[in-house]
Write a protein that binds this ligand. Structure first.
Ligand SMILES: [Zn+2]
Length: 407
């Protein structure tokens, strides 16, 4: 009797063990695609067969704008994966896929490019992951958690203070860093980034820019802070960033088309920043972006405003030339065609600020792909190079600061 009970128990335990092992084994080899995390964006049509994973980018809320993707591929270690984004042809900038390679990372800190091909509206990404979990994205993502770290770290510096200008539609904070001492005769230099949330390189740019500005050993920063107060909004679009949007906020607004008459219930982000600009005045403004199509770093002036003048025209030329001299990743040949004087869109940040405050304002574009004159085959344009470009703008400002006048 005892023997039978013992046998029965052993038999059951064995069965249980085998079943758990089977489930574990199946789980380890089941390919999964997920994007339910900060900045994630993808919909999975099919992922049973690693050779034929079919994915779909979700549009920004209340719009048909799409191009940003960011997802996790798991269970695929050592298996050749072929992932097709089936609605890539409906992306906002299909030319952005030409010569483009997606990025991947195992640790979410080091991002490298993977084989990517765009043909007949299908964007196909190929890789054989070396580990069981890998993240894949349009560009190295910059999460809202990382943004919170950036703000918290900056606040520890005696040079910086943090203030919350207001809340977004999703109830996130609009963070402003004020760097330097306010006082009579001080100029007001404004820097904003990520009006378009998918342009994550813009916040990496901010990391390099802010770190150098807060570096007590950097005399360039010290002298600039003697002359000006820096008002910095490292992320203009927290909702779009967390939701995994390319260009819009939670209400479907493109913030860089809202500067003329922003409404609190449609784009509080622009409303509160604009209010603050009117309090501080603006002597200089740089709005930092990324461009899906052009493989270059370039500046856009405000030649289309009614008040465009020779002083600003010369300053723009010298700003570009100087940046190129101090950082070879910046170039002056390629860029956007500019509208004639008076024909620019007054609802763009740069145009609105330049015209309203009679000041010098520009937009910076960085590539999603790579800088074609100084390419890096492994990373393409990267977080690190964006940081370096951000730090180097201070050398340009240092050389030209005395020509940026107090109004
Ligand atoms: Zn942009």
């Amino acid at each position: 009797m005892l023997f039978l009970e013992w046998w029965n128990c052993r038999y059951r335990l064995n069965r249980l063990w085998l079943r758990s092992y089977g489930l574990w084994f199946k789980g380890k080899n089941m390919i999964r695609i997920s994007s339910n995390f900060d900045g994630g964006n993808i919909d999975c049509d099919q992922c049973d067969d690693p050779a034929e994973i079919r994915l779909r980018i979700l549009p920004d809320a209340k719009t048909d704008i799409l191009q940003w993707f960011y997802f996790r591929l798991s269970g695929a270690e050592g298996r050749a994966c072929c992932m097709s984004i089936v609605n890539a042809g409906a992306a906002s900038y299909p030319k952005g896929w030409e010569g483009y390679r997606a990025v991947a990372s195992y640790d979410r800190e080091n991002w490298f490019r993977i084989d990517t091909e765009y043909l007949d509206g299908l964007l196909t990404l190929q890789m054989t992951p070396e580990q069981n979990s890998v993240y894949i994205a349009f560009f190295a993502p910059y999460s809202m958690e990382r943004h919170a770290d950036l703000i918290a770290r900056a606040q520890r510096s005696p040079r910086a203070s943090v203030s919350v200008l207001g809340q977004t539609l999703d109830g996130q904070d609009m963070d402003l860093l004020t760097i330097g001492e306010e006082g009579p005769g001080k100029k007001a230099f404004w820097f904003i980034a990520r009006q378009h949330p998918g342009e994550a390189m813009a916040e990496y740019w901010m990391e390099g820019f802010i770190a150098r500005l807060l570096d007590a050993a950097d005399q360039v920063s010290q002298e600039l802070l003697d002359a000006a107060v820096f008002y910095v909004v490292p992320n203009m679009n927290p909702d779009g960033s967390r939701r995994g949007h390319l260009r819009s906020n939670a209400g479907g607004a493109n913030l860089n088309r809202e500067w003329q008459a922003p409404e609190m219930d449609r784009c509080p982000e622009v409303y509160v920043v604009r209010e603050k600009m009117h309090q501080t005045g603006v002597d200089f403004c740089l709005d930092v972006h990324g461009d899906e199509t052009l493989p270059y770093n370039f500046l856009i002036g405000t030649q289309g405003i009614p008040g465009w003048d020779t002083r600003r025209d010369m300053l723009l030329t010298d700003f570009k030339r100087t940046w190129q001299l101090v950082n070879p990743d910046f170039q002056t040949v390629h860029g956007y065609p500019m509208p004639p004087k008076g024909k620019g869109n007054p609802a763009l940040c740069g145009n609105y600020v330049a015209e309203t405050f009679d000041c010098f304002a520009m937009t910076l574009e960085m590539p999603f792909k790579d800088a074609a004159d100084t390419p890096d085959n492994i990373t393409g344009w990267s977080p690190e190079r964006s940081r370096r470009l951000g730090a180097s703008v201070l050398d340009v400002l240092y050389k030209l600061e005395d020509r940026i006048t107090v109004n």
